[in-house]
Design a protein around this ligand. Structure first.
Ligand SMILES: Cc1cc2nc3c(=O)[nH]c(=O)nc-3n(C[C@H](O)[C@H](O)[C@H](O)COP(=O)(O)OP(=O)(O)OC[C@H]3O[C@@H](n4cnc5c(N)ncnc54)[C@H](O)[C@@H]3O)c2cc1C
Length: 386
């Protein structure tokens, strides 16, 4: 049975919605998509912003993957009349549809009492401000937060010749991405690149002491030309505050993206995909991923649901990647925080390694470092040997 709506309004023009639209068209969707985004630059690729874009000189390019002939209305969604499937906009009035797809992603969390002038990175405009500050001659940076984006920034800024210091309350870099594993290895990558690290410490204050910044940790002032906050992202759901959707940490939805009301019932015709969505897992908990690949899978799976298919997209194990300190790091599966990683492959001359945790098909997870071939064979359940 198809669930094909005739008119779909999509809030957020990025990778999740691009895949929804493209896959819907492949499956013969003949209706109308109305796409709304508040960022005048959208759509563009976010992963290069902390990597190639910050290293290079080009501008933020429009995304090649955005489906042709799909215009984007530049407006901000400010409310949702859930039972009427109507989105309220800051300009251009309101839009009603048979289906509303929430694809508003996530935005940078800012530190409490953060002074103006502290940089962060989520949008093209943020990336441009950061690159301009570096181009203007900054020689040092303090990065608060060593998640994947903080670690990537440390890598790129060190490559650009800045003296980089990283501060994090967590005991190790990428604590969440690695579920507490590979802490010493990831610290060593930073130290080999000359990055100074302070883990397990809280930032006590940040002050501009012209021309430098002072960041206080454990009673000690660290000084730098730039301070960048990279303490994580929170789902863009403020506009849904009065919608009666459950937005406890992202838009809570069923495993296949049907949004839930605060009563726990399904909100008819309202869906959520990508970083903004918190999907219900088999154990009943809600999980949110900030991953390019997961966002694409959500978009494709929703298109398949509209077309009446049993989608296989969401059955795949989660996948995430990061690039930093000359390493491509890939993770397949849900990494448990308990248990030991087993190194099953290493090639030291290329800084390459493959690690496994778990032993059964259901619970196995893999981490690959500069080992894309071995990683992809292992994650497909194939032998590493041939
Ligand atoms: C610097 C950086 C590097 C990254 N690197 C990697 C990586 O190496 N690997 C990886 O897997 N992932 C990476 N990611 C994460 C990846 O980019 C995201 O998972 C992905 O972009 C999520 O896509 P999405 O479609 O859910 O939402 P987003 O890409 O967040 O897009 C959401 C869109 O919604 C719009 N929007 C928000 N609120 C409103 C509103 N109220 N009204 C109208 N429009 C609105 C926004 O303007 C935005 O364009 C990175 C992210 C960043 C910021």
């Amino acid at each position: 049975m198809t669930h094909m709506p005739e008119r779909v309004v999509v809030i957020g023009a990025s990778v999740a919605s691009a895949m929804l639209i493209e896959r819907s068209r492949e499956l013969g969707f003949a209706g109308e998509f109305i796409v709304i985004d508040s960022d005048p630059n959208a759509p563009y690729d976010r992963p290069p912003l902390s990597k190639q874009f910050l290293l290079g000189t080009g501008s933020v390019e429009p995304a090649e993957w955005w489906p042709e002939a799909t215009p984007i209305l530049n407006a901000k969604a400010i409310g949702l009349l859930t039972d009427k499937r109507t989105v309220l906009l800051d300009r251009l009035g309101e839009v009603a549809a048979d289906a509303v797809v929430i694809a508003t992603g996530a935005g940078s969390i800012r530190l409490p009492n953060e002074p103006a002038g502290v940089l962060s990175l989520r949008t093209a405009q943020d990336a441009l401000s950061l690159r301009n500050a570096v181009d203007a001659g900054a020689t040092s940076a303090i990065i608060v937060g060593a998640g994947t984006i903080g670690a990537e920034l440390a890598s790129t800024l060190a490559q650009r010749g800045l003296a980089v210091t990283v501060v994090d309350l967590a005991p190790q870099p990428m604590q969440r991405f690695f579920s507490g594993h590979l802490g010493e290895e990831a610290k060593a990558w930073m130290h080999q690149a000359g990055v100074v690290t302070h883990f397990g410490v809280a930032v006590e204050s940040i002050q501009k002491t012209d021309p430098h910044w002072a960041v206080r940790i454990s009673g000690l002032d660290l000084h730098a030309d730039l301070v960048i906050s990279a303490v994580g992202a929170r789902p863009n759901t403020e506009w849904l505050t009065y919608s009666e959707l459950d937005v406890s940490n992202g838009v809570r939805c069923t495993a296949d993206g049907k949004s839930l009301l605060t009563t726990g019932e399904i909100a008819d015709g309202i869906f959520a995909i990508g970083d903004v969505s918190a999907r219900q897992a088999e154990d009943g908990t809600f999980r949110r991923f900030e991953s390019w690949t997961q966002a694409q899978r959500h978009g494709a799976a929703l298109a398949e649901y509209f077309a009446g298919f049993e989608s296989a997209e969401l059955e795949q194990a989660p996948y995430g990647w990061t690039e930093q300190f000359g390493r491509k790091v890939q993770v397949h599966g849900m990494l448990p925080s308990a248990g030991e990683l087993v190194q099953v492959y290493a090639a030291e001359e290329r800084n390459a390694a493959l690690y496994r945790i778990g032993s059964t098909e259901e619970d196995v997870a893999w981490i690959g470092v500069n080992a894309p071939r071995q990683f992809s064979r292992a994650s497909m359940g194939m032998s590493l040997l041939s």
